[in-house]
Design a protein around this ligand. Structure first.
Ligand code: ATP
Ligand code: MG
Length: 648
């Protein structure tokens, strides 16, 4: 591979950031050498009822894993996100809510959030929800989704947010796994001008007593659309809170009391109910938010994620709100009503930092420079990305067209299980290389292991592990601690196995190469999916590409590629040849695709990640073994791909 371009910290932001290269290095070293002192001091970022004195008590073993941080500390997450700010920031806007339609918007202050959260918290208590009980939340992207999460946190109930695009089956599975007492939903959601029957989906999930743990269904009236009503358990949100007080004393929680359960995306298998606890998670999400986006008091921050994902938990609710941030809270999608929506919203609210996903960037990039045309993006200072490796091509587009070649791109590698950012550049401290998540956050010790469990030193490529615990680490898989141990701690003794592969370069920068399960072994050479896909996307005629291995008599594994061409491109035999030659030249002859199948769409999770495990089955002609497909955004894509499977 040709050496990639490096982007130094922009002069324009250098003098004003929280950290520079020297302070990052100094703090990082301290976080590793004196973790107890480092985290004890960091913990003062939160307000505690009882300051923790026991900081870290963690053990990773093949048979036993126990993770405790700040274990004698007491606090409340909702208090830290709201009440703390009322003295000085009561009138500060917490959410600039921007509706699916550009006509709809609403500002909500911290004072108003407090009132709404307290009312709902009291209503939940009246329904019999107590500390430790689980509450499912199946909501569209309206402020009530955040109120619901914070109301649970306030009374010590454990929330389990279910993405608003999931089907009745997926809802029922998640409710039953966590035995939730209450589900909070809305009549309907809205997405790109269409309405989503949220209440009807909950009705279907609950039909025939399929979720016996549920005693109440709380329904927020959003669109006023028709809904069926079950007198036994349905209650309108506005009725439930009507007689409730706007004051609700926060429950005193132990740092290790669970805050929420969240199911992973299901890219690699059946989703796991990841459990996060209160103290460590809250501190780490707040701290990473502050440093990743170099948050300053008057910033306007916008994350385009959905609260149904961990990004929506850590970087739309808990992290920003502990910092008393003002955020844009967006109901819609980046391409509706058209591809300029993101730029228009940035202009409207003078957004300073924007955090989105490669899938959204690629969707916009397919339209050239049009997504930014005529919009004033001069307020932007920092851009972020999360969810998948970002192809250098997409990075360049994001940097040039949205960031006007001025804003650093913070490529954040992390997972539902990690609770917060793990490997990322920090705006004032780290030079950037497009496609690299760069360096670890404080307290994080990434390492590369080979298949036999040997640690690899220096420049190397291998399986990415984390050598010691960090405060926001998941504590268990809900109800299945054995699965937790097996998934993350059984591959290698004494370390957390991420399931991702990575390469470390000559500057100790990390490059995520893709899922370990997706790694190809072609004639004895190990190839990550990310690099081949990036090479393909860099071709002018390619919009998106997904690479998987398939059984090959001679090579062991052959390279099977699904390519979505750009609009207007004729996908023919000549283009197949052109793309094969292109990858050969860009990467290496070993990486030359054996087969290229054209596809209008790729199977993706609802959070936009390509599900290569399904593509692998299609390529191998094992259509009857697709595995869990419940988290697919559009299952019909799969049928089309199977029908068009190349039979060469
Ligand atoms: P499951 O664990 O159920 O298979 P999932 O891994 O897709 O689902 P998430 O926790 O939402 O669920 O995704 C985390 C994964 O996303 C990471 O392990 C990594 O593969 C990928 N990822 C996230 N951010 C980045 C990034 N900046 N660069 C590269 N990969 C990323
Ligand atoms: Mg995962």
């Amino acid at each position: 591979m040709t050496a990639s371009k490096t982007y130094p910290v922009p002069e324009a932001i250098k003098s004003s950031t929280h950290l520079n290269a020297a302070t990052y290095a100094e703090m990082y070293t301290r976080s590793i050498e004196e973790p107890e002192a480092f985290w004890a001091q960091s913990a003062t970022m939160l307000e505690w009822y009882k300051q923790p004195t026991k900081i870290k008590n963690t053990h990773f073993g093949k048979n036993e894993v126990s993770i405790k941080w700040f274990e004698d500390g007491q606090l409340n997450a909702s208090y830290n996100c709201i009440d703390r700010h009322l003295a000085n920031n009561a009138k500060k806007v917490a959410f600039h809510w921007e509706g699916d339609s550009p006509e709809d918007s609403l500002d909500v202050t911290y004072q108003e959030v407090h009132y709404e959260v307290c009312k709902l918290a009291n209503a939940l208590k009246e329904m019999g929800v107590a500390k430790g009980d689980r509450v499912a939340i199946y909501m569209p992207m309206v402020p009530e989704a955040a109120y619901a999460m914070l109301a649970c946190a306030r009374i010590g109930a454990v929330h389990s947010v279910i993405f608003g695009g999931f089907s009745p089956n997926a809802i029922a599975d998640r409710i039953n796994d966590s035995k939730a007492k209450v589900v909070i939903t809305a009549d309907e959601g809205r997405r790109a001008g269409r309405s989503i029957p949220l209440k009807a989906n909950v009705d279907k999930a609950l039909a025939n007593d399929a979720c016996p743990s549920i005693t109440h269904v709380v329904v927020h009236k959003l669109t006023g659309g028709d809904v069926d009503w079950n007198e036994k358990h349905d209650v309108w949100w506005h009725d439930a809170v009507e007689d409730c007080s706007g004051q609700c004393e926060p429950e005193v929680m132990n740092a290790e009391d669970p805050l929420f359960i969240l199911y992973t995306s299901g890219s690699t298998g059946t989703p796991k109910g990841v459990v996060h606890t209160t103290g460590g998670y809250l501190l780490y999400s707040a701290m990473t938010f502050k440093y990743a986006f170099d948050y300053q008091e008057d910033d306007i921050y916008w994350c385009t994620a959905d609260v149904g994902w961990i990004t929506g938990h850590s970087y739309m609710v808990y992290g920003p709100m502990v910092n008393a941030a003002t955020q844009v809270f967006f109901e819609g999608v980046p391409t509706y009503p058209d591809v300029k929506r993101i730029a228009q919203v940035v202009e409207k609210y003078k957004v300073n930092s924007l955090y989105t996903a490669p899938t959204a960037i690629r969707a916009l990039m397919a339209h050239g420079d049009k997504p930014a045309e005529g919009c004033d993006l001069s307020s932007l200072r920092i851009l972020g990305t999360v969810g998948e490796p970002i192809n250098p091509e997409a990075w360049d587009w994001y940097h040039r067209v949205i960031g006007e070649s001025r804003c650093p791109i913070i490529d954040t590698w992390w997972q539902t299980e990690t609770g917060g950012h793990m490997i990322l550049p920090l705006p004032g401290a780290t030079s950037l290389k497009p496609g690299s998540a760069t360096r670890p956050f404080f307290g994080i010790q990434p390492a590369l292991f080979d298949a036999d469990g040997n640690e690899l030193e220096g420049e190397a490529e291998g399986n990415l592990v984390i050598k010691d615990s960090w405060p926001a680490q998941a504590r268990t898989v809900y109800g299945d601690h054995e699965r937790f141990i097996n998934t993350y701690f059984s591959a290698y003794e004494g370390v957390y196995f991420t399931g991702d592969g990575a390469r470390r370069d000559e500057d100790d920068y990390f490059w995520i190469t893709g899922r370990v399960d997706d790694v190809l072994n072609v004639s004895g050479h190990r190839l990550g999916t990310a690099e081949i896909e990036s090479a393909l996307v860099a071709h002018a005629k390619v919009a998106e590409a997904a690479v998987v291995g398939f059984p090959h008599d001679i090579k062991g594994q052959g390279i099977y590629v699904y390519v979505t061409p750009n609009e207007g491109v004729v996908a023919d035999e000549a283009l197949t040849k052109e793309l094969k030659a292109w990858v050969r030249q860009e990467l290496s002859p070993i990486a030359t695709p054996d087969m290229i199948q054209w596809s209008d769409g790729l199977p993706k999770t609802r959070s936009g990640k390509i599900m290569r495990r399904i593509l692998r089955k299609i390529a191998a002609n094992e259509h009857d073994q697709l595995g869990d497909t419940s988290t697919l955004a559009d299952p019909s894509v799969v049928d089309t791909l199977i029908a068009e499977r190349l039979n060469k």
